[in-house]
Design a protein around this ligand. Structure first.
Ligand code: GLC
Length: 635
């Protein structure tokens, strides 16, 4: 190297840095399996660090200290979890199985606390769950905490729900029952009560740059020229003012302060919290709000390239210290961006907001074409990854389809979204839906929709098609591939709960309308065919049972099966020597799919749901809101 040239801290040629860090790990007593994984991951982690923190003089030191953190975390990893890591390595596509089924619930609302959740394990098994997402359960501010999405400590469970020791115990009990514990990794922001937040505001050395704090409006104004408002009901723009007059970045609620990942100490601190959770027995981390984690002036500050680099860096750390875990991406953005987070090196699984939103779109319009197009065009994923398909979540429904896709079908994005919002909040004549608007922005005309599945689908309004629509929406989520995820309570047709409006901490956030307490009566009725709960539950239970036995439903391969009937969504799930044909009719009347459309199939098929053989040579009748799962043979 020439004299006088400044040596960048993280060199493009990583070999020297990597071997120095590995030597240090060996000297510190790292075992062979850790060293092997560190050796495999370090070149890429080094490269990611160089791209993120190449300008920093402390880049190499930070990298070395992150690797040391991983070494210590591995040393403490319980034997049972190391055994899990081995099992996952031996069966890397475990999460693509047709036997995977997820459920999600709030700990307090569904079961009072972690002990109550343990008491639900027999029911989770009855339902066939293999994955349970417990909504945020960490210490968070009293009153409004955005449903726990404002975290004050990642190492303490909210005392109302239980303790961290109980969570670790529950993770073990889940595992022995064949259920993976999923929790949120809320790493874009902390609550304003988090120790880091308090220290940052107080100017404690080492913490000043953990958040984005500015003395006046100059920088906030500059950033806000290109950022969008996420919770306009709470505050305009992306910043809130501190009592001392300064401004701090807060994308969501005013008490959720965004972390500053341009500071490598923040990455290291968060990696520590991630590994701590991994060692409690968590098997999937739901990576919250991934699109927002990197900011750059002059951009929308969403889904920037560095957001991907950061996720990949967290992934590499995990691969060293807790290799059995998965990341699930929560990116509720344009479909091109959603898929950009999904790869074995970044997030292995991801919510599928497009399929979710377009299922509702199809039910409202009685036209399946946008959903059909999305399944044909946007369903494919890289090997080793999977969608998480859901009918609704704890959040609002946003109409995240691509305008350019819709335009091809002659649909204009803006008015179509307006129609869908009006339809689902009951402002449209003859609507079957009973939803509530969320974050309506009069300035932009934007809004989103909240409501339980049963209320949105028409059961609350007494619409004759309500139960069928609930079943249809789930039948799609259960058959398109990946991990279907049920919002617990929906399987027994739970309706909206409007009492949130009387609670001062919830009244301003209509998402609470669809986060009710566990509906004890509906569950008690689940075997009673005289009730909506009983009818919906028995039909969904049948679909779940059939899915488990249908090997074609594993994985993600899906081939569109277009029909001339606009209200029919059709696709094939191919298997070895056979395939399952799924046909769903979103219209309010029966339709006929003609013989010609089915002429590529052998005449004999099996209706998997009824178990009966049926002929397809003369075409097929599909009732109003009906779904067929047929095992067919291609000619
Ligand atoms: C995610 C959560 C949502 C929360 C937000 C901020 O989008 O799903 O409920 O409000 O992140 O943490």
């Amino acid at each position: 190297m020439r004299q006088g040239v400044v040596v960048p801290q993280l060199r493009a040629d990583s070999a020297a840095d990597v071997s120095r860090i590995l030597r240090a790990a060996r000297a510190a007593g790292a075992d062979r399996s850790f060293l092997a994984r560190a050796e495999a991951q370090l070149p890429r982690l080094h490269d990611l660090f160089r791209r993120l923190y190449g300008e920093r003089t402390d880049g190499v030191e930070r990298l070395a200290s992150v690797v040391d953190l991983a070494r210590r975390s591995w040393a403490e990893r319980p034997a049972e979890l190391r055994a899990l890591d081995d099992a996952r390595a031996a069966d890397p596509t475990w999460f693509e199985s047709e036997r995977m089924l997820g459920g999600v619930c709030y700990v307090d609302r569904y079961a009072g606390g972690l002990r109550g959740i343990r008491d639900q394990i027999p029911y989770f098994r009855e339902l066939g769950l293999s994955y349970v997402h417990l909504m945020p359960l960490f210490e968070s501010p009293e009153g409004n905490s955005d449903g726990g999405y404002a975290v004050s400590s990642y190492r303490r469970v909210n005392p109302r729900l239980g303790t961290m020791a109980e969570l670790a115990e529950l993770a073990g009990e889940f595992r022995r029952a064949g259920i993976s514990l999923v929790v949120d990794f809320i790493f874009n922001h902390t609550s304003n009560e988090h120790e880091w937040a308090q220290k940052a505001v107080a100017g404690v050395p080492g913490y000043e740059d953990f958040y984005l704090i500015f003395p006046d409006r100059t920088m906030p104004d500059a950033y806000e020229r290109t950022t969008r408002e996420i919770f306009p009901d709470d505050h305009p723009g992306s910043f809130v003012q501190l009592p001392d007059g300064r401004w701090i970045w807060a994308t969501f609620y005013h008490f959720q302060w965004d972390l500053n990942y341009a500071e490598p100490a923040v990455f290291e601190a968060m990696a520590g919290e991630m590994l701590f959770l991994a060692n409690q027995g968590v098997e999937v981390l739901r990576m919250d709000a991934v699109a927002f984690i990197w900011k750059q002036l002059g951009t929308a500050c969403e889904s920037l390239p560095e957001a991907h680099l950061l996720l990949q860096a967290f992934n590499a750390v995990l691969a060293m210290a807790a290799p059995g875990l998965l990341f699930k991406s929560e990116a509720i953005v344009h479909p091109d961006e959603v898929v950009s987070y999904i790869s074995p090196e970044e997030c292995q699984i991801s919510y599928n907001p497009l399929q979710m939103a377009l299922t509702w779109e199809a039910l409202a319009t009685r036209d399946g074409r946008l959903l059909q197009q999305a399944l044909e065009r946007r369903h494919t994923l890289p090997a080793g990854t999977a969608w998480v398909n859901y009918v609704r979540s704890h959040d609002d429904i946003g109409w995240t389809f691509a305008d350019e896709d819709a335009a091809e079908l002659g649909i204009e994005g803006y008015p179509h979204r307006r129609f869908l919002n009006d339809f689902y909040v009951g402002r449209h004549d003859g609507t079957f839906a009973r939803g509530v608007p969320f974050q309506e922005n009069p300035r932009t005309g934007d809004a989103r929709v909240t409501g339980t599945t049963a209320s949105l689908a028409g059961i609350e309004a007494g619409d004759a098609g309500g139960e069928d629509r609930v079943v249809l929406a789930h039948a799609l989520a259960l058959s398109t591939g990946g991990i279907p995820l049920l919002y617990l309570g929906d399987e027994v047709a739970q309706l909206n709960d409007y009492s949130y409006a009387d609670d001062p901490h919830e009244a301003g956030d209509s998402r609470w309308v669809h986060r009710p307490h566990r509906p004890a009566q509906n569950y008690a009725d689940r075997r009673d065919a005289a009730t909506p709960a009983g009818r919906v539950f028995s039909r969904l239970a049948r679909l779940i049972a059939v899915r488990r036995e249908t090997r074609e439903f594993a994985g993600n391969t899906l081939i569109g099966f277009g029909t001339p009937v606009a209200s029919v969504v059709g696709f094939l799930r191919p298997g070895a020597g056979s395939a399952v044909l799924v046909l769903a009719n979103v219209a309010d009347g029966a339709v006929h799919v003609d013989a010609l459309t089915l002429s590529g199939l052998e005449p004999d098929a099996v209706d998997l749901v009824s178990g009966e053989e049926i002929g397809v040579a003369g075409g097929l009748d599909i009732p109003a809101h009906g779904v067929l799962w047929l095992r067919v043979t291609l000619r």
